[in-house]
Design a protein around this ligand. Structure first.
Ligand code: 13P
Ligand code: MG
Ligand code: MG
Length: 376
């Protein structure tokens, strides 16, 4: 059968700052998922949160970009928004940027990652396993380095030397600053165009991985949310906080290969007021953001698909393991290090990327006060 995995996430309000949704908000989303499974819209579904973002992880037979699925997710977020509003939560409805989406929530605020594939339990996919990464307090290119290393560098993924992967992977990269007329996308193959890929991915504020495909089998390995909220809203409303859906094992990197680059805890744009650089810290699922200066966090869940397309009875939480405690400590050390220079230089994002328009307003006022002093 053809099966679609849809991961749709949004921040629709949180307790006492940009921390986590309330229990009632999560429970209401869970109820909606249960109803949708009963009605046959979904095969399965799971509700999680990473920081203040609610994530709906769903399997169904309706295909990618399906109106019913997207509107279901939108309604679920509207329900949670009402509860957030009722209890005075911060940023109720923050990521719902239009009154009503026309049928697809892409471009309306929520982040979307979807893959549709043949699920027949035969070679090259006798078993289907996948992972969902969700990051909070991050710019849209937060996975650029991490997935580049996992899919294109044998130092992190020795599996690339195996016959099933040795041809490498095809990267679809999107120019997120260019939204005129549709998505601006370039397709580049690794390893042939490794340096061109790196040239683009180094700038995670502008370019992001949109999808990755196996070159040997043509199968889609990964899908990532790449909408820039400020491009949709025309101003800063919240950080992009991307999700990534990645199929694993066999013809794709294994979870251990995929997660190994996360030990780097790279500096990413985002954090407090969406305007700083801080390291990305791996955390268990359902972790609130309460760390110093909104240290960015990322969760990683692993799933296996049952023969009828269900997955949520049991999942594995990769970063909920003492093995990652040392990495978390490294992230906090790097965080304290960069914060020690406060607002100076690389500790904050460059002027064009400063997210609160207020920072720019302050600057504009100052620029007006400059006076020209003639040189002698
Ligand atoms: P979120 O994008 O997670 O809502 O965070 C916004 C922010 O500005 C935190 O300081
Ligand atoms: Mg928020
Ligand atoms: Mg968030």
């Amino acid at each position: 059968m053809r099966i679609t995995l849809s991961v749709i996430k949004a921040d629709v309000g949180s307790i006492g700052g940009h921390t986590k949704p309330t229990d009632k908000m999560i429970d209401s989303a869970k109820k909606k998922i249960t109803q949708a499974i009963k009605k046959g819209l979904l095969i399965d579904g799971l509700v999680t949160y990473t920081g203040d973002d609610i994530c709906l992880i769903m399997s169904h037979k309706k295909g990618t970009d399906n109106k019913q699925i997207h509107l279901f997710a939108w309604d679920t977020f509207i329900g949670a928004t009402k509860l957030a509003d009722a209890c005075g939560c911060y940023g109720a409805g923050q990521d719902l940027l239009v009154d009503a989406p026309s049928g697809n929530v892409r471009g309306a605020g929520p982040g979307v990652a979807e893959i549709t594939f043949d699920f027949n339990r035969k070679e090259p996919r006798p078993a289907e396993s996948f992972m969902v990464f969700a990051a909070d307090k991050c710019g849209p290119g937060a996975y650029n380095l991490l997935l580049f290393l996992a899919f294109a560098d044998p130092m992190y993924c020795a599996g690339l030397m195996l016959p099933k992967m040795i041809k490498g992977f095809r990267f679809e990269i999107i120019d997120m600053n260019n939204v005129k007329g549709g998505d601006h996308i370039i397709t580049l193959d690794a390893p042939d165009h490794l340096y061109e890929i790196a040239m683009l991915l180094r700038d995670g504020e502008r370019f992001g991985i949109k999808a990755i495909y196996s070159r040997e089998y043509g199968e889609q390995a990964a899908s990532l949310s790449t909408d820039r909220l400020h491009s949709i809203a025309g101003k800063y409303t919240g950080k992009d906080d991307p999700v990534a859906l990645v199929r694993t094992q066999g013809i794709f990197p294994a979870p251990e290969e995929l997660t190994s680059p996360f030990a780097k805890v790279p500096y990413v744009g985002g954090d407090a007021r969406g305007s700083h650089n801080m390291p990305l810290m791996p955390v268990p699922i359902n972790t609130p953001v309460t760390g110093m200066y909104c240290i960015p966090i990322v969760s990683a869940l692993g799933f296996s698909l049952t023969p009828n397309g269900k997955f949520s009875e049991q999942y594995i939480d990769f970063f909920d393991n003492p093995a990652w405690d040392y990495v978390r400590l490294q992230a906090q050390k790097k965080a304290i290090e960069i914060r020690s220079q406060g607002w100076y230089g690389n500790a904050m994002l460059p002027y064009d990327e400063l997210e609160y328009s207020g920072f720019k307003d302050t600057m504009k006022k100052l620029l007006k006060k400059f006076k020209v002093r003639k040189r002698a």
